[in-house]
Write a protein that binds this ligand. Structure first.
Ligand code: NAP
Length: 276
């Protein structure tokens, strides 16, 4: 799929968010930043503070889900996973026109989404991650059986305002959840450990935190912009007999590489259990 950030100022449809907390709010914030006219967005949320936040930005808000989805071109489900089926049951009578349902709910399958949305309603299952907040999200997307290529393109265009998109078969959604869905937490864990190491060696804590963050950002950008795999980039910064080689040897002795990949497997299994 395309990686260019879209300009949404000409978007003519309406995007309704059912739930605009952490994840829904991150996505909506980026859509508005990409030019989506606020009058083309609607929010329902039970939290007064959340509704007030979006009202201030010119988005109409409320608590009536069926009313909010009426005539919407895209309906983003961003409530907790255990609420998704109930919310779909509540709005099903208002769907069935041209509304595309986009679920951000971890683990909720297309079969569940489609059975509660109703016959013929186009549904897209998405696994997002929190860097969407800064426009660097990873959205792993699977289209349901009634979603056309054009409808998927509409969803892709919106999501690219918040980061990158990848389309996968649904059988890969749990693994994507284990990698990119949970992944920011692994990287924060690494950042924390790196900073702690710097502090241990005498760096002021705020400096150590900045060094760790910029190092991760720079390495990530090299990975994204380079054609080389991570293993080659790692070799290029590892002089024989040097300090980096000693450090990597220590990580290998602690099986850190194995543990990282096993962590992805554990999170993948757990995502499957939670989805079931
Ligand atoms: N946060 C993440 O890192 C992340 C990552 C991947 C996927 N997701 C998915 O994103 C979805 C939302 O998660 P979140 O972390 O953003 O949760 P959240 O911050 O709790 O946001 C959900 C919002 O929905 C509101 N809500 C509850 N019932 C509602 C209803 N019937 N109609 C409309 N709004 C309702 C909640 O209000 P109250 O708080 O007042 O109940 C809350 O403000 C989940 O399905 C999750 O699996 C999140």
């Amino acid at each position: 799929m395309s990686t260019d950030a879209p300009d949404l100022s000409g978007f003519t449809g309406t995007v309704t968010f059912l739930g605009a907390g952490n994840m829904g709010g991150a996505v909506l914030g980026r859509l508005l930043a990409a030019g989506l006219p606020p009058e083309h967005a609607r929010v329902t949320d039970l939290a007064d503070r959340t509704r007030a936040r979006w009202e201030e930005q010119g988005v109409s808000t409320g608590t009536d889900n069926p009313e909010a989805v009426r005539g919407a071109s895209v309906v983003v489900l961003a409530v907790k996973p255990y609420l998704v089926a109930d919310v779909l049951d509540e709005i099903a009578d208002e769907l069935g026109g041209d509304s595309i349902v986009v679920s951000l709910a971890a683990g909720v399958t297309l079969a569940t989404l489609e059975s509660h949305a109703g016959d013929g309603v186009p549904v897209v299952r998405v696994m997002p991650n929190t860097p969407a907040l800064v426009g660097e999200g990873m959205f792993v997307v699977t289209a349901g059986r009634d979603c056309t290529a054009e409808q998927l393109e509409v969803v892709d265009t919106l999501l690219r305002a918040c980061g990158q998109t990848e389309v996968v078969p649904e059988s890969q959604q749990n693994a994507a959840s284990g990698l990119s869905g949970s992944g920011p937490a692994y990287i924060f864990y690494v950042a924390d450990a790196l900073a702690e190491g710097g502090v241990h060696e005498g760096l002021p804590r705020d400096l150590a935190v900045r060094l760790a963050a910029q190092t991760i950002l720079g390495a990530a950008r090299m990975l994204v912009e380079s054609d080389e795999p991570a293993s080659t980039l790692r070799e290029q910064v590892t002089s024989p007999g040097g300090s980096t080689a000693v450090a990597l040897r220590l990580l290998d002795e602690g099986a850190v590489r194995y543990r990282m990949s096993a962590a992805v497997s554990a999170a993948t299994r757990r995502a499957g259990e939670l989805g079931a």
